[in-house]
Design a protein around this ligand. Sequence first.
Ligand code: BES
Ligand code: MN
Ligand code: ZN
Length: 496
Amino acid sequence: MNFEIQKRALSRVIRDDLDALIVLWPAQTAATPSEKDPLSTLVSQAVQAGDLELKAGAVLAMYGQAGIKARHVAVVCSQDNTPDQIRSAMLAAWSALKASKAKKLGVYLAGEWSASGLDAAASALAQASYSYTTTLSKPHHRTLKQVLFSAAEVSSELCMALAQAQALIAGVELAKEWANRPANHATPTMLAQAAKALAKGPSFKCEVLGPQDVAKLGMGAFLAVAQGAAEPLRFIVMRYNGAASSQSPVVLVGKGITFDTGGISMKPAAEMDEMKYDMSGAASVLGVFKALGELKPAINVVGLIPATENMPDGLAIKPGDVVTSMSGQTIEILNTDAEGRLVLCDALTYAERFKPQCVIDVATLTGACVIALGGVRSGLFSSDDELALQLQQAGDRSGDLCWRMPMDDPYAEGLKTRFADVANVAGRAAGAVTAAKFLQRFAHKYPWAHLDIAGTAWKSGAAKGATGRPVALLMHYLLAKAKAKAKVPARAGRPA
Ligand code: BES
Ligand code: MN
Ligand code: ZN
């Protein structure tokens, strides 16, 4: 999908060679008498006839109107052009247009685009027109190929915002693709191949470790989860170097459970298919690397993905087994379904070698987080106030929201056991928090944050599918970091 922006009056846009056109109309504003183009005339007629109420979200769909080149037109009212308003206006307009199978879509905004409004419009259209095709014999490919935004004024800032939006969309869609793929089409080996393919080019490196390497490193917790699976594990190490090598990297860790049966503590059958999304954290790290490759910001980023299936088997771990993690801490595995924290804890220890400025792990970690926050906000856990604030703000700016959760030490009480340094589960209460408290024991050597995306990484029900979250949040965070560094003159990074 390609996005462009041009300076154009509405009277000109209606003569553009487009298949479909969306016009964002300011709510409460009827056309002024000076606007004599056929579209404005139609809108004022519709308002007078009571067929279009000028309130946010109202849509007027038209077809084959004289003087308008685009056959399909949707006029949609927007109250104040905030990103949220624009997002819902675009979704409403697109549902009126999607049957048109338009290839080339124009979007006109009466008034001024803001950078965040443009970002919201582009990502809403991408989201609405996305279609998964990989494992269909007769796939319906996305027809929408080109979106042409028009406005009365166009600045270079807006052009950059659109280029950034386009790169983020590419990242989000890559994350969706991998998360949506069934587990037999997204094995640890396949994820590693995808990472290798992404890491082409001079600023990238990718190293893939197998079972023997992981054993040599002493990753006893990660190995324990993988020992019940016939599919071999992979530990993926990706590097993006956009800044001086003296600059310490941001490390992203993505949970890569390519299928979570629960292991011996097996999950119920209903909706178990959804556990193919249990590598959404890993998919979001791949998505971030895709976007980094397009934007080349002045920052260093490391991506770590511990990838394995969680399977029941004669060799699988059993409740009560005690294993030794890479950190040296022993762990009593009371529930084999709490496997995410086991693969993550060794990756968090491995992250120490990069002397990171911070480490952010991303994981579909707990059903408890789904209960706490649903699909609206990801759970954010951090003992570092500055990092937490930056992630929260990146979430707000991108519309990919998160919410900070508590991390008080008493929450860790339930993880105590007589048989190891720590147990991998506590009671049912505050399950998302106790999982974070478990991880925190392995993340003491750097500022650390954990995003629990169990509720936000995919949607259940009829519109079942991956959302590509939190790629946008992470990219907004990284781009803000790169920008902030570039402002310090003595250590200026190279321009993006
Ligand atoms: N992958 C699941 C978490 C999950 C559950 C994600 C539902 C999305 C939807 C994770 O590995 C898991 O099974 N967690 C357990 C932890 C429990 C055993 C302490 C859970 O949440 O039930
Ligand atoms: Mn599990
Ligand atoms: Zn899991």
